[in-house]
Structures are given as C-alpha cells and as structure tokens.
Design a protein around this ligand. Structure first.
Ligand SMILES: [Zn+2]
Length: 186
C-alpha cells in the first residue's frame, strides 16, 4: 500500500486540543489548501450501528442528517437558524458540487479499502448536511466519519494501528482519485 505524490498535508491540530469548528476552514484558507477533509469517528446511542458515513456542505431536511449535524455542531455557539442563513448567503460561492464529488470519491475508496480486509463494513452513504466545520473553506471540503466508536467491533478495529493505516490509505486513494478526475469530466 504505497504511492508517491507531491501532496503536502497540513493538520489543523496535532494534539488533542479543542480548536473551534469555525476556525478550521479559516486555517485551510490561510494555508491556501486545495482540499479540506475533516476526519471523524462516529458515535450513536444504538451500539449496533456501524459503518462509514460521509458529508459535504448543503441544506438538509432529513431528520437523521439534522440530528448528526446538531451533534457535530454542538460546540459552536451559533444556532442552526443563523447557520442556515449563512449557508444561504454563501451557497452561491461554495463549491457544493465539487465537494459532493470529493466526498463521494473518498467515501467509496474508504469503504472499498476496508471491505478488502474486514467483514461487514457498512456503506452508510454520502449526504449533504449543514456542518460548521465545512463552512467558509474556499476549496472542495468533506467530512468523513470513518467508523463508529460506539460499535464494539469498530471500536476494537479503531484501536488497531493496521486498521487506522487502512483508513488513511482509503482516504488517500480517494484524494488521488478526485485529483485524477479533475479536468476529465467525471
Ligand atoms: Zn463526527
């Protein structure tokens, strides 16, 4: 599992500190990033739920998406209505289509990579959601929930460095897939 590219990776944080959600795309803009990825581990009260789930910034009326968004946005001081307003204002300038494509590419390659080695890797889909961490970035942006910490099987997998390496490789494949698709239609 190796590839060579000249990609430069910039982390918004390198230790377990809290960085406000809204500040993360600001860093991406300041560093003139070409792509933005927010990497997460998911959680649900229902411990049987597992799988890979990915998001890009968009409006949503789906209750389950809004529930996830509320959890993800919990540390922000702004409320969801303020946010919808902001999204409406920036929607015209945001790369929604590109971000959707980017999220899809990462999502598919991550599910593929994990499925090659592990059983019952569930594809929980790619959806638009109003997420603070995806607002304001000037580049295609995606949020990837790589597995569920609340699911005992995935929790123990996440504890394994080989699994985490495979997660990283899946994300990396998706980034390369997206870059290679640029300028080629789809
Ligand atoms: Zn999350």
């Amino acid at each position: 599992m190796q590839s060579k590219t000249d990609l430069e990776v910039i982390l918004t944080r390198e230790s377990d500190i809290h960085l406000p959600l809204e500040n993360r795309p600001v860093i991406a803009n300041q560093k003139r990033g070409d792509l933005f990825i927010s990497i997460h581990a998911n959680a649900n009260r229902n411990r049987r739920i597992s799988g890979v789930q990915s998001f890009y910034l968009n409006f949503s009326t789906d209750p389950s998406v809004l529930e996830t968004a509320a959890k993800e946005n919990a540390t922000s001081t702004k409320n969801i209505n303020e946010m919808m307003d902001i999204i409406r204002r920036i929607a015209r300038n945001t790369k929604i289509e590109e971000s959707k494509e980017f999220a899809l590419k990462i999502h598919k390659s991550l599910v593929n990579r994990l499925s090659q080695k592990y059983r019952n890797v569930k594809d929980m889909g790619v959806r638009g959601a109003p997420l603070w961490v995806l607002i304001g970035g000037k580049m295609p942006s995606a949020l990837i929930e790589v597995s569920y910490l609340s699911n005992p099987t995935e929790e123990s997998r996440l504890n394994n460095p080989q699994y985490r390496q495979r997660v990283a490789q899946g994300i990396y494949d998706g980034i390369l897939g997206y870059i290679n698709s640029l300028g080629k239609g789809k």
